[in-house]
Design a protein around this ligand. Structure first.
Ligand code: NAG
Ligand code: NAG
Ligand code: NAG
Ligand code: NAG
Ligand code: NAG
Ligand code: NAG
Length: 461
């Protein structure tokens, strides 16, 4: 009896053990044996910075910061140096130890803090060794970081012309039940039934910002957060509870900007975040974006290129140095955004692999914590190692085919305006000619009187 019980238990156990062993083996063999890394794209946020602005009553105005507003701090430099070292380690054996200009291309937005972040990052990635040492006292070598002027940047921070459809999407967002729920929670503007404190009214009073709202309040958090990071004692009204509320509102404003409502369409269009930018206090630079679909399209194009031109192509890594909004926009477009503002020097990674059968797959990771391994991010509807074709197919919906058309940029209305304008001009010209002709005729009639007037004029001059 006892024996038969035991054996009937042991058999399934043995099969289970076998299955586990087999799966483990197959996982290991695909991970380390047959899957080879081919190409990497990295998009990171700049490191720790001074605040972009101070609110009117802020005791710490621009002079409180060694380099003024919006600048990378030494903490930020260290964060990126560390990220550079981590990337060097992660891609050890993939990238050559020594810097090779054919292998890596770096592009940054045209801001001091993103350019400097990229430089600090590269210092961590490529300390010179051997023949690359040009000054024995310096563990650093110059490596190019490319950029384009802010108003020409169509990739990482687009000042694309306004997209009316996107503006109306944002307006629609502010009328959704979900948005109004949050708004009610913090009592924005309009009189509300008593019960909860009027958080935003308090904020307006304390900061001197007349127009503090759910959409703009993230800046207050940002300023206070930067000050706290640099051990500047906060004013009395900034309690931990207030900071926590601000933090939640800030994360919420990131969500409504890029997702929350009609995410795919927002990703396709993503014009400027207009209702942030219109307010008096908002800085234009932090950090308006154009269509993230264009960026994603470019990333996928470069990835696909690297599968085709494999033998000739030496390029192994593209690096983008950008902003929290760039990461949020990209991750929202991919539907992998976790709802939290990406921390300083956080890094979204795309890796292209070739499987043992020759096919290609894309894996994504997010390094948002330097003490942890990067988090794997799987595209919804796909596996962690997503076949490239599936990746492209699943992201098609966020890539605009014709941005202008989809934005309903009223080009026909503009045409009509031009036609009306021309017609009016034509009519005016016609009238003028008529008037001149009439005058000429009159001149014939009253020649003397007319001449008299002209002579008078001449005498006076
Ligand atoms: C520098 O290069 C030498 C020889 O090429 C190698 O032995 C050494 O480990 C390298 N040092 C570093 C820090 O990479
Ligand atoms: C926003 O939407 C509301 C209702 O959907 C509409 O009444 C309002 O005019 C819109 N505002 C703008 C600026 O488009
Ligand atoms: C709004 O809040 C109410 C009550 O708190 C809740 O029942 C409802 O589900 C919320 N709606 C949305 C869209 O979040
Ligand atoms: C805040 O409210 C108090 C009391 O109502 C008022 O005296 C003060 O001027 C207000 N501050 C600002 C910046 O509006
Ligand atoms: C990525 O692709 C774009 C568009 O095809 C191309 O212009 C660009 O040079 C590529 N980037 C690199 C670093 O090769
Ligand atoms: C980092 O990202 C992961 C995955 O999205 C998320 O679970 C985690 O909370 C994030 N951590 C921080 C510090 O943002």
């Amino acid at each position: 009896m006892a024996f038969s019980v035991l054996s009937s238990c042991q058999l399934p156990q043995f099969i289970y053990f076998l299955l586990v062993a087999l799966t483990t083996f197959s996982v290991i063999s695909t991970a380390f044996g047959e899957r080879t890394l081919k190409f990497v794209t990295v998009l990171y946020r700049h490191g720790d910075r001074s605040p972009v602005k101070a609110y009117p009553t802020d005791p710490y105005q621009e002079s409180a910061w060694p380099q003024g507003f919006g600048q990378l701090t030494q903490d930020g430099m260290r964060q990126h140096f560390e990220l550079g070292q981590a990337l060097k380690e992660r891609y050890h054996g993939f990238l050559s130890e020594a810097y090779d200009r054919h292998q890596i291309a770096v592009r940054s937005t045209d801001f001091d803090r993103t350019l400097m972040s990229a430089e600090a990052n590269l210092a961590g990635m490529y300390p010179p060794n051997g023949s690359q040492v040009f000054n024995p006292n310096l563990k650093w070598q110059p490596i190019p970081v490319h950029t384009v002027p802010q108003d020409e940047d169509r990739l990482l921070s687009f000042p694309l012309p306004n997209c009316p459809r996107f503006d109306s999407l944002l307006n629609e967002t502010t009328h959704t039940e979900g948005f109004l729920n949050v708004t009610r929670l913090y009592k924005v503007g309009t009189p509300q039934p008593l019960g909860s404190e009027d958080f935003l009214e308090m904020l307006r009073n304390k900061t001197g910002l007349k127009d503090a709202s759910v959409e703009t309040v993230w800046s207050v958090h940002d300023t206070l957060f930067c000050e706290a990071m640099h051990h500047l004692p906060p004013p009395a009204w900034v309690t931990p509870e207030v900071m926590e509320k601000l933090r939640r509102l800030k994360d919420f404003s990131f969500q409504i900007m890029f997702g929350f409502y009609k995410r795919e369409e927002k990703s396709r269009l993503q014009g400027e975040f207009k209702f942030v930018k219109e307010t008096e206090w908002e800085e234009e630079e932090e950090e308006g974006l154009g269509s993230v679909g264009v960026l994603l399209n470019q990333i996928l194009k470069n990835i696909t290129d690297s599968t085709v031109l494999d033998s000739k192509k030496l390029l192994k890594m593209i690096v983008y140095s950008a902003h929290d909004t760039t990461i949020v926009a990209l991750q929202s477009a991919l539907n992998v955004f976790n709802g939290k503002q990406p921390p300083y020097a956080s890094c979204h990674i795309f890796e292209l692999f070739q499987e043992d059968n020759g096919s290609f797959s894309v894996a994504m990771h997010f390094r948002n914590d330097s003490t942890k391994e990067p988090y794997p991010l799987a595209l919804p509807g796909c596996t962690q190692y997503c076949p490239l074709e599936d990746f492209v197919r699943l992201t098609k919906s966020v890539i605009p085919e014709n941005w202008e058309e989809e934005c309903q940029v009223p080009s026909r209305i503009r045409d009509t305006e031009v036609i009306i304008g021309l017609t009016v001009c034509g009519c005016l010209l016609f009238l003028l000619i008529g008037l001149l002709l009439a005058l000429l005729c009159r001149q014939q009639d009253v020649k003397d009187g007319y001449r008299h007037v002209i002579n008078e004029g001449d005498d006076n001059s």
